[in-house]
Design a binder for this molecule. Sequence first.
Ligand code: ADP
Ligand code: MG
Length: 326
Amino acid sequence: MIRFDDVTKTYMRGQRPAVENLDIEFARGEFVFLVGASGSGKSTLMRMVLKEVTPTRGTVYVAGKDLSRIPSWKVPSLRRDIGMVFQDFRLLPSKTAYQNIEFALAVIGTPRKVVRRLVPEMLEMVGLEDKGKRLPHELSGGEQQRVAIARAYVNRPSILLADEPTGNLDPATAEGILDLLAEINERGTTVVMATHDQAAVDRMQRRVVEMVGGLVVRDEAGGTYETATPVSVISGHLPDDSAHRDELPLEDEALAGGPERPAAAQTSAPRSPESSSPEAAGSTETPAEDVLEEDLIDEREAQQTREEDLFVEDEAHAEDVQGDPR
Ligand code: ADP
Ligand code: MG
């Protein structure tokens, strides 16, 4: 379903890679946890699946297709088959829960009749059948994330990427969100979830892929969050805000780790992502509101592209039939 073939991503020349020599495959229908400290490369990995980030070296395949060979006009159709859920929900703030889900269908030209059937079905699936008229700010965090999941799933994507979806939620609420993702996975969607949620990982007993400094240091079927790598490297308990991170003597801790530290940690500790990433300086992280605004613009652009897409889709189809032996 998703395959990385010796993939390296370096954002800026001279900087260490965000993801390095990644060779990994996620099979259809799998549920995979991606764990690792902030800056270890989890989001970069996911964004490469969406073709939002282009690998510096290597090849990413999604559903058997080499993403570097997908022309830009076909990218919207790739993304249509991949649901995405974020830590900060990213709902459209002026649209109701119903309209947020409806929007995902409208932009791809779903007939009204189908929309009227699917949206209530999704609201019910996520347990919000009586809250469709609420605006995001009238919903709790957990409820907002349920709407975001409904929106991501309403097109029945074959892949759902969830980037720390429970990061802003209390443990009980997080459990409900995880159950929902598990249900979506049981219905056949491949789920890849980046998380710091130890309880979630331990409870689910699914495949765990652990990253340190852009490298996969563990890939375990039915794994737990618990790892041989020291807590100073896996900042599972650390809040994901750079202001805090600056106070933590991460490098000292890592260096004082003692002789029994595993090889993976030893190779990565001297270039700890916390200390060397521009994120740690606290200046490169985009404030949430900016992200949201950019997102709205993205959404509008996406809508335009998709509308244009609808026009070319027929032609494309004809072209596919003729030229693309599948
Ligand atoms: P994670 O999701 O595990 O926190 P990321 O993939 O966001 O990790 O980041 C991996 C590394 O790449 C970090 O050092 C981060 O600072 C860097 N990075 C991420 N996005 C960008 C970007 N757009 N430009 C430059 N560097 C980036
Ligand atoms: Mg991330």
